[in-house]
Design a binder for this molecule. Structure first.
Ligand SMILES: Nc1ncnc2c1ncn2[C@@H]1O[C@H](COP(=O)(O)OP(=O)(O)OP(=O)(O)O)[C@@H](O)[C@H]1O
Length: 576
C-alpha cells in the first residue's frame, strides 16, 4: 500500500482506538440514531400513501405525534453521542498529555534536540479536536449507508441501484479528495512546524536580534515561511473545500434524480406517490455519512498525520518503569570507561574517562573550551545517556536508580542556568509539594543567598517569570541555582562553572559551600576556568579533546600546571 495512505489509515485506526472504551455505547447510540433517521421518510410515505388516500385527520395527528417524538429522541441521542465523544477526547488528551510531558522533558537528553516543544502540543490539539468533532461519528455512521440502500431496494430495486450508483460516485470523490489533500496536508504540517520552531528561536534570541540589527534579516525568513504556510493551507483548504462543495451539490442532485426515477416508476405504475418522496429523502440520508466523511477529510488527514507524529515521538522514548528503590548513596562515585556523545549525534565528546571519588572528596575538572568538561558532567549526573561505560553510586549504575528518588541525592548547577516560573522558595525546593521552609533557608544560607533573597520584594515568595513576575541578574540566578543544588543536602554535587557570573562574595560563598558539603560527607565535582575551583578540592583533572589527560592529588597537580594559589580570602582561611 502507498506509504502515505498506510499512514493515514494507521493514524485514523490509532485515533479511533481512543474511542474503544466507549465503543459499545457509541455503537448503540449510532444504531438508534440512524434508525430514527428513517422516521422522516416513513412519515412521508404514510402521509402520501395512507393519510391522503384515507383522508383521516386522526391518523395524520397520530403520525405527526410519533414523528415529533422520534425527532426529539434523535436530537437527544445526537447530543449524547457528541458529549460522549467530547469526554472521550478529553480522556485521550489526559492520557497522551501525561506521556507527552514525559517525552518533551526527556527528548533532548535521550534522543536529541526536539525542534519545537510546542509542535507536539499542537499535534495533540489536532487529535483531540478530531476525536471530539464530527469526524469519528461520520465514520461510525458509514455502515448505515447499507441499511438505507437495503430499504430503498425494498421500495424498488431501481431506486436502490440509482442510490448505490450515487454512493459509488461519492466514494470516487472521496478517493480523489484524499489524493488531492494528502500532499498539501503534509506540506502544511511541515511548514507549520518550521514556523513554530522559528517563533521559539526568535523569542529566545529577541535581544540579540534587536541589538545586532539582525531582526530584519530573520523577519524575511519569517515572512517567507509564513507565505509558504498560507499557500499550503490555501491549497489544502481549497482541495478539501472543492470536494465538499462537489459532494454536497451531488447529493442534492441525486435527491432530485431519485425523485425523477421514482416519478418514472409511478408513471409506469411500479410505485406509489409516497415512495417517490420517501425514496428521495432516504437517498439523501444514504449519502449523508459519505458527504460528512468527505467534509471531515481535511481535519481527519491533519489529525491522522498529527497522530502518527505523536506516536512516532512516543515510540522513540518508551515509558520508563521506575526501578526498585535502593538505599540512599553515601559512599562512592565511580566513573568507569565512560564514552559519551551529545544525544542524537555521532561525535564522541568524552572518551574512556574513569575515576573514583569517596564520600567527603572533591574533584576540580579543568581544560580548554570544548574539551568535554560539560559533557562529562552530564554523563556523571545521568543527564545524557552513555554510549559505553558506567557511572556508579555506591556500586549501582545510574540506570538502577529511580530518577525521581535519585534526584534528591544529586545537586547540579548546569552551565546554562534556567530557573522555572514560580517563587524563589519553589525554585530552591525543586517545586517539592510540601517543602520544609527550614531546609529552603538552610540551602539559601549554604549558598549565601539568604540576605539577597530577603532584600527582594516578597523575599522567598518573590515570583520569577509569568505575568507580573520579576527577574534576576545572571549572578543572582547562579546563586539561586547553587542553593537549589544544595537543597536537601544531596550526596553528589556537580557544579559546571558555577562561578562564571559570581562576584567576590559569591565566589567566597561557593568555596564555603564546597567545604561544608565535603565536611558532611558529600562528593563534589566542580568545573571551572577560575582558580576558585581549586579551593578545598582533593583532586584535579585536566581534560583535552574529550580525554582525561591528567588526574592527581591537588598539590601535585597545582605544581604540574604551575599554578600558584592566591592567598585564601579571609572567609576561606579556616578551610585549608
Ligand atoms: N548540545 C550539543 N550538541 C552538539 N555538540 C555539542 C553539544 N554540546 C557540546 N557539544 C560538543 O561537544 C564538545 C565538548 O563540549 P563541552 O561543552 O563538553 O566542552 P567544555 O569543555 O565544557 O567547554 P566549555 O569550557 O567551553 O564549556 C564540543 O566539541 C562541542 O562542540
Amino acid at each position: 500500500m502507498d506509504p502515505a495512505r498506510e499512514n493515514l489509515f494507521a493514524g485514523v485506526r490509532g485515533m479511533l482506538q481512543a474511542v474503544l472504551p466507549v465503543l459499545w455505547p457509541i455503537l448503540a447510540f449510532s444504531a438508534v440514531f440512524n434508525i430514527l433517521l428513517l422516521s422522516g421518510s416513513f412519515f412521508m410515505l404514510l402521509v402520501y400513501d395512507d393519510v391522503l388516500a384515507s383522508r383521516s385527520g386522526a391518523t395524520l395527528a397520530g403520525l405527526l405525534l410519533m414523528v415529533t417524538v422520534a425527532y426529539i429522541f434523535q436530537g437527544a441521542i445526537d447530543v449524547i453521542r457528541s458529549r460522549v465523544m467530547l469526554h472521550t477526547g478529553a480522556q485521550a488528551d489526559r492520557r497522551l498529555c501525561d506521556r507527552l510531558y514525559d517525552v518533551i522533558s526527556r527528548h533532548e537528553q535521550e534522543v536529541g534536540p526536539l525542534p519545537s516543544g510546542a509542535a507536539p502540543v499542537r499535534d495533540l490539539d489536532l487529535v483531540r479536536g478530531y476525536i471530539t468533532g464530527a469526524g469519528p461519528l461520520a465514520l461510525l455512521d458509514l455502515p448505515y449507508v447499507l441499511m438505507f440502500l437495503l430499504i430503498l431496494t425494498l421500495f424498488h430495486w431501481v431506486l436502490g441501484l440509482a442510490t448505490l450508483a450515487g454512493v459509488l460516485v461519492m466514494i470516487v470523490l472521496m478517493v480523489l479528495g484524499d489524493r488531492q489533500t494528502r500532499g498539501p496536508a503534509l506540506q502544511a504540517a511541515a511548514v507549520t512546524a518550521a514556523r513554530f520552531t522559528m517563533a521559539e528561536d526568535v523569542r529566545r534570541n529577541g535581544e540579540v536580534l534587536r541589538v545586532l540589527g539582525m531582526g530584519g534579516r530573520r523577519r524575511s525568513s519569517w515572512d517567507a515561511i509564513s507565505l509558504s504556510l498560507i499557500s499550503s493551507h490555501d491549497e489544502l483548504a481549497g482541495a478539501a473545500g472543492r470536494m465538499q462543495v462537489i459532494g454536497k451539490a451531488f447529493r442534492l442532485f441525486l435527491q432530485s434524480f431519485v425523485l425523477a426515477v421514482g416519478a418514472f416508476l409511478v408513471i409506469d405504475g411500479d410505485a406509489t406517490g409516497g415512495v417517490i418522496i420517501a425514496g428521495s429523502i432516504l437517498s439523501a440520508r444514504a449519502l449523508m455519512p459519505v458527504e460528512q466523511t468527505i467534509g471531515q477529510w481535511k481535519p481527519m488527514t491533519e489529525a491522522s498525520q498529527a497522530w502518527r507524529r505523536l506516536t512516532g515521538l512516543l515510540e522513540h522514548i518508551p515509558l520508563r518503569e521506575a526501578p526498585m528503590p535502593l538505599p540512599r548513596p553515601k559512599a562512592s562515585l565511580e566513573v568507569q570507561g565512560v564514552v559519551c556523545a551529545p544525544p542524537g549525534r555521532q561525535k564522541v565528546t568524552v572518551a574512556n574517562v574513569s575515576f573514583r571519588l569517596s564520600a567527603g572528596e572533591a574533584l576540580a575538572v579543568i581544560g580548554h573550551s570544548g574539551s568535554g568538561k560539560s559533557t562529562l558532567m552530564r554523563a556523571v549526573t545521568g543527564a545524557w545517556p552513555l554510549l559505553r561505560g558506567a557511572v556508579r553510586l555506591d556500586g549501582a549504575s545510574l540506570e538502577q536508580w529511580d530518577p525521581v528518588l535519585l534526584g534528591r541525592d544529586i545537586g547540579y548547577v548546569p552551565q546554562a542556568i534556567e530557573l522555572f516560573d514560580g517563587t524563589l522558595a519553589q525554585n530552591i525546593a525543586r517545586f517539592e509539594a510540601e517543602a520544609d521552609p527550614e531546609a529552603i533557608i538552610a540551602a539559601a544560607r549554604a549558598a549565601d543567598v539568604h540576605d539577597m533573597i530577603v532584600a527582594l520584594p516578597g523575599g522567598y515568595e518573590y515570583v520569577l517569570g509569568g505575568p507580573g513576575g520579576g527577574g534576576l541578574s545572571a549572578g543572582q540566578k547562579q546563586r539561586i541555582a547553587l542553593a537549589r543544588a544544595l537543597y536537601g543536602n544531596p550526596f553528589l554535587i556537580v557544579l559546571d562553572e558555577p562561578n562564571s557570573n559570581l562576584d567576590a562574595a559569591g565566589e567566597d560563598a561557593l568555596v564555603e559551600a564546597v567545604r561544608a558539603a565535603k565536611q558532611r560527607g558529600a562528593i563534589v565535582v566542580i568545573v571551572g576556568h577560575r582558580p576558585t575551583v581549586f579551593a578545598h578540592v582533593d583532586h584535579i583533572m585536566i581534560m583535552a579533546d574529550g580525554q582525561l589527560m591528567q588526574m592527581g592529588e591537588r598539590t601535585e597537580m597545582l605544581k604540574r600546571i604551575n599554578f600558584n594559589p592566591a592567598p585564601p580570602s579571609p572567609s576561606t582561611q579556616s578551610a585549608e
